[in-house]
Design a protein around this ligand. Structure first.
Ligand SMILES: Nc1nc2c(c(=O)[nH]1)N[C@H]1C(S)=C(S)[C@@H](COP(=O)(O)O)O[C@H]1N2
Ligand SMILES: [Mo]
Length: 201
């Protein structure tokens, strides 16, 4: 019976019409921690979210200001390039497409770099950030996001491998041209589509 339950979890189609289990992935009920370097310790009081680059006005949000933005709960799956996937967690936070209404972009802005506390970066095209349910997550299954998983706030990219979401997110930089982030410079795919197995360059 346990086996049957496991199979039903990973069979079928996900919320956006793709096979629930992408090729080359294995389901796990664990939630491994994958961090390059130290875990930065950021309190909610000191946390700031800043935007810069091709914006009409640079600005920042405090924790309580950010939580006044529209909040969404996304039930979605998490795919790591190291071949494990986690299913059906409830991620709470602010969708990029809701956040972006509060940022006045210059028309040339076409690419986004996520900057994390500690220096990690990753990049996605602006339109992908808008279209793909990219979430600034502070809640995981109803609890505050654990520090080792990026608390107090991380980015979660349900339609890309998980390195496309920066833990301990600190801000966004808007650019006209693409600029590879930390893992993209170090050999990971620039596009990171799990259903095309875009793992490495
Ligand atoms: N700031 C930061 N964000 C990061 C990373 C990191 O090392 N630092 N690792 C990335 C990678 S490679 C993965 S697979 C996921 C892992 O998230 P987890 O530790 O919550 O499983 O976070 C991504 N975001
Ligand atoms: Mo990863």
């Amino acid at each position: 019976m346990g086996l049957f339950e496991k199979k039903t979890t990973v069979g079928g189609i996900n919320a956006f019409g793709k096979p629930k289990l992408p090729p080359g992935q294995t389901a796990t009920e664990k939630f491994p921690v994958l961090t390059y370097g130290e875990t930065p310790k950021i309190s909610k009081e000191e946390w700031r979210f800043i935007v810069w680059g091709l914006v009409e006005q640079e600005r920042d949000w405090t924790w309580s200001e950010f939580l006044k933005l529209p909040q969404t709960i996304l039930r979605a799956d998490f795919h790591c390039v190291t071949h494990w996937s986690r299913f059906g967690d409830e991620w709470g936070g602010v969708l990029f497409r809701d956040l972006i209404r509060h940022i006045k972009l210059k028309p040339e802005a076409k690419h986004v770099i996520q900057h994390a506390y500690g220096g990690y970066t990753t990049n996605l095209p602006l339109q992908r950030m808008i279209d793909e349910d990219v979430l600034f997550a502070h809640t995981f299954n109803g609890e505050p996001l654990p520090e080792e998983h990026g608390g107090p706030m991380r980015v979660f990219t349900p339609r890309r491998y998980a390195w496309k979401g920066a833990k301990w997110i600190h801000g966004l930089e808007f650019l006209a041209n693409d600029k590879p982030g930390f893992w993209e410079v170090n050999g990971y795919s620039n596009t990171a589509d799990p259903w095309k197995e875009e793992r490495f360059w």
